[in-house]
Design a protein around this ligand. Sequence first.
Ligand code: ARG
Length: 467
Amino acid sequence: MSKSRNTPQANAMWGGRFASGPDAIMSRINASIDFDQRLYAQDIAGSVAHCRMLVSEGIISDADGDAILSGLDTVLQEIESGKFEFKTALEDIHMNVEARLRELIGDAAGRLHTARSRNDQVATDLRLWVRDAVDGIDAQLAALQATLIGLAETQADVPLPGFTHLQPAQPVTFGHHMLAYVEMYGRDRGRFADCRKRLNESPLGAAALAGTSFPIDRKQTATALGFDRPMANSLDAVSARDFALEFLAAAAVCVMHLSRQAEELVIWCSPQFGFIRLSDAYSTGSSIMPQKRNPDAAELARAKAGRIFGALQGLLVVMKGLPLAYGKDMQEDKEPVFDAADNLSLTIAAMNGMIGDLTVVPETMAAALEHGYPTATDLADWLVRVLDMPFRDAHHATGAIVGLAEKKGCALADLPLAAMQDVAPGITEDVFSVLSVSASIESRSSEGGTAVENVRAAVAAARERFL
Ligand code: ARG
């Protein structure tokens, strides 16, 4: 026995051959309006460009074109002022806009969809949206770089223990460390710019998949929308989503970098390290432990990587194995793209705010440099340079000297010369000139190294290259 239900009305846009409309569940799974309404501005811009082209090619009349353009303008205003009523029954942003246009201007609205399909429409809209997102993220990353470069300048000569394996390794400067992230974010910007270059081609005019029999001018619509050119193949134009994947891939790498820096903020602001202090504005308290200053924003920045990696993985799986051309599967492209863009933007903003507001505590970093023998490499290098030892032997001798210091519980610079000479008889008083933190930093003057003069020059160069 079939279930009795009220027969829903056939869809006004495509229901010509349907006796009834979709089941409520069918509507729910099919409709994208809840999330694709974010494409309204791009959708209307695409329609304006398409309409102007239809008029200039004589495909629709001037009068119909004028009515459509003024109607689209009204729709835009209605949406922006919050007066527009989005309807699930109309599935998506494209049909919501067109249906309202018909209410406003009547039958002429039906001519707008000449020589076009929702397939090329949605591909166009999303490319335009991602392009805007890329531009916004680029500006945010530049702002974050500016903050880091500013901090690198004021902290160019402040010693910080450099770590490998999170074990004290060699002294660096705080400024040098900040500039490492400036480089990473610079490459992230490069990846987004590269993605932008490839995505900036127009799918519009590919129509459903095969092109159209109408004498359209795809160059005109491409130019009007700021695209570099029309996409060359109509099937590719409606089925390609690699532009969205490239955006997500760039976002994934970028948030990976942000998460590394966030993790360092978490570590550095813990009382055990105390290298930095986060401002009140970027710390949170505990409801039970009154002493706490938690770095929640840094922890969340660290965690955002999870969902952005997930967005990339999710869309890769959606696209994998999809036959050409358009498949409704591809409607699932939008939420991961929107979510990743929103969360990346928020994460960059939070990191910029936190870093711009933090206080560097040079005393704790200096104290930390007294432990862990961070100038051991300088001692080995001295043995190579002055005593002409092979580096492997110098490394071995230094290891033994570090062992002595460890036993005595003192720093390398506080070991008596005689104790060092027991290990390597040729060592002279001169060795002490390389065992201080500042001497170690000053000696790292090779290109890209941490010597203070290098860092100052790198600050100036970074301003030139990135800002
Ligand atoms: N809402 C659809 C999407 O986001 C628009 C394209 C629909 N095309 C179609 N042939 N049903 O992908």
